[in-house]
Design a protein around this ligand. Structure first.
Ligand code: NAD
Length: 360
């Protein structure tokens, strides 16, 4: 079966890092029997410049028709003064909601070769491999009513609403249980059930699901404790599942345990396994066009895409191994360089991964 992949390079370093990820796909296609068809489209600020909108209808159509989407990054200072609805980030948010990409998968993996990049002690982080599953389309970021109102005494009051229906909780719960099943079989659900009714329901639904997934060991943790445990003893976690806002915060903290933003991929999935794959970093306008951006997070996003949307786990493994072997040789882009390593540019790092795939 031919997999359809939509490729959306976006802004800033997006086109440079996507170019390297494309080369990885091409090698797998020409030498490893991967059957794909790709179509490229505009998103973000560059889409606004070309079409007057950060998510043009033509891009949405390409994304809808694809089995998976590979995205670079969006944003840049030149578009920050546009009205909110036309800003580059709206392209991303629009895609997530139009395609109902409700499950955000954020792995935090520390490669042994990069252990010194973390600000935590090596013994605390070496071997770290966590998957945070964050609900992405509900919770307080979308709950109604919301706004700023004026009270009787004349002062203004801001308000947002934290809501989760049973269906929404069950949907993200199932995704997390399935992922835990494919990993070590341990799942920690993070909530604030000691204070919030929404969290009480969240905990109840997760506990109910555990009866169906008897091979997965479910535990619960309050979000404040989870934040503390992530920096105290992060290796106690395997898969964590949580709501939108808690996940937003915890996944950034987990990412920083690895110390290298240029290494971390992410996925946002719908209920059928269709997904959008992208590095967690932004468009890095400060280094765009200089051939110094790290393409590895994007290349590892291709690996996630093969594993989670295209059912090609063996090829995903080949990419992961190739990246590991390139790091073993001491090659580093500037963001992950340290004493004794050899600094290379975006293109040369892509060359090295392609060569490792060809020899592996
Ligand atoms: P950023 O992630 O773009 O950059 C933060 C720092 O990390 C910068 O110093 C940058 O040079 C560096 N960096 C990021 N990716 C790198 C890579 N692959 N290799 C080497 N260094 C890298 O975050 P920011 O500066 O806060 O935001 C810049 C723009 O990106 C903004 O317009 C923001 O809205 C947007 N943004 C987009 C996304 C996305 O597309 N998903 C995510 C975050 C931020």
């Amino acid at each position: 079966m031919k997999h359809k992949i939509a490729i959306l390079p976006g802004d800033g370093i997006g086109p440079e890092i996507i170019a390297e990820a494309r080369r990885v796909l091409e090698v797998l296609q020409s030498e490893q029997g991967l059957s794909i068809e790709t179509e490229q489209a505009d998103i973000g600020g560059s889409a606004y410049d070309a079409h007057g909108h950060p998510l043009p209808a033509s891009t949405l159509k390409v994304a809808r028709e694809a089995d998976a989407i590979l995205l670079g990054s969006v944003g840049g200072p030149q578009w920050e003064t546009l009205e909110r609805a036309l800003r580059p980030e709206q392209g991303l948010l629009g895609l997530r909601s139009e395609l109902a990409l409700f499950a955000n998968l954020r792995p935090a993996i520390l490669y042994p070769q990069l252990v010194s990049a973390s600000t935590l002690k090596p013994e605390v982080v070496s071997g770290l491999d966590i998957m945070i599953v964050r609900e992405l389309t509900g919770g307080i970021y979308f709950g109604q009513p919301r706004g700023v109102r004026t009270l009787d005494d004349g002062q203004r009051q801001g308000f947002n609403t934290l809501v989760y229906s049973e269906t929404e909780i069950e949907r993200i719960g199932r995704s997390a249980f399935e992922i835990a099943r494919k990993r070590s079989g341990r799942l920690c659900s993070v909530d604030k059930a000691n204070v919030l009714e929404v969290s009480e329901l969240w905990r109840e639904v997760m506990t109910g699901l555990a009866d169906e997934y008897t091979d997965v060991e479910l535990s619960h943790m309050y979000v404040d404790n989870a934040a503390m445990q992530l920096v105290r003893e992060p290796k106690q976690f395997d898969v964590m599942v949580t709501g939108n806002m808690f996940g937003d915060i915890l996944s950034d903290a987990a990412a920083m345990l690895t110390g290298s933003i240029g290494m971390l991929p992410s996925a946002s999935l719908d209920s059928q396994g269709k997904g959008m794959y992208e590095p967690i970093h932004g468009s890095a306008p400060d280094i765009a066009g200089q051939d110094i951006a790290n393409p590895l997070a994007t290349i590892l996003s291709v690996s996630m895409m093969l594993r989670y949307s295209l059912n090609e786990a063996a090829l995903a493994e080949r990419i992961d191994t190739a990246v590991g072997s390139v790091l073993d040789t001491g090659l580093r882009t500037a963001d992950i360089a340290s004493a004794g390593t050899q600094t290379v540019g975006t293109r040369a790092m892509g060359d090295a991964v392609v060569a490792a795939l060809q020899s592996g």
